[in-house]
Design a protein. Sequence first.
Length: 223
Amino acid sequence: MSDPLVLRGVTRTYRGDAGDLAVLRGADLTVRAGEIVALVAPSGAGKSTLLHTAGLLDRPDSGAVLIEGRDAGNLPDAARTAIRRDTIGFVYQFHHLLPEFTALENIVLPQMIAGRPRRAADDRARALLTAFGLAPRLGHLPGKLSGGEQQRVAIARALANAPKLLLADEPTGNLDVATAAAVFAELLLIVRDHGLAALIATHNPDLAARMDRTVTLRDGRLV
């Protein structure tokens, strides 16, 4: 069985009027099923670029992005979109929930887009939100939820289509220390229970220490 994520010699350079900025200079990484990897680096080092490239939101200039053994980095847009929908879950620092839909509906919608029947999507959404302690908040709009509750919904949404790979970019960065610790504990529990491969960017050394291993982005390479 192929690993959910393998990066081989990935490079990414941004070109602008002020000159070229090489962000990734041959990044190599393997994240195995059931493994939670912390990505730690200073702001501006390229963590988001790495996650966007690994998640097929950005194309590498060179190198390979293998998702379950398939070189997906430079596939046509439709194929990349299908892989993101079916195989990859994203959690961002800001929740990006749809404000006009309830917590439950925010989890139901991506499943229906993927072709799951409404009843089955509703059942899964309820189960995920209940697992995150949000059973009393299913019918609330995002604006009526606390910051921690909003991020719990965002994590549940990332897991809605049963991805094999979870990518998270500072998922608790906007939360206070106590709320961040609680949300992160729930995230780790769900990820481990589902046997996902997870790559989680964080500035918090205490959170990084709770993961299986830590990689650092330095001079465009992972060490």
